[in-house]
Design a protein around this ligand. Structure first.
Ligand SMILES: [Zn+2]
Length: 73
């Protein structure tokens, strides 16, 4: 069984989807997550379902992440 489709896992529900069903977010230290619509931005990418509650949950979670990342200690 070979699958060549680029599948990624949603960081919220951990469901596997084709990239087209997901939104990629990138964020650097101390910044809010940036929606990477064209999936070309450098940096660590996080994939979240494009539909459903995952995006909303992710944004809330990411806001907490980035606040923590922006502080030292
Ligand atoms: Zn999801």
């Amino acid at each position: 069984m070979t699958r060549t489709l680029a599948e990624r896992m949603c960081v919220i529900c951990r469901g596997r989807r084709n990239k087209s069903g997901l939104i990629r977010f990138v964020f650097a230290e101390g910044t809010l997550p940036l929606e990477d619509a064209r999936q070309i931005l450098p940096g660590r990418g996080y994939y979240v379902c494009a539909q459903g509650a995952c995006k909303e949950k992710w944004l809330r979670k990411a806001a907490r992440f980035s606040r923590r990342a922006g502080k030292r200690g």
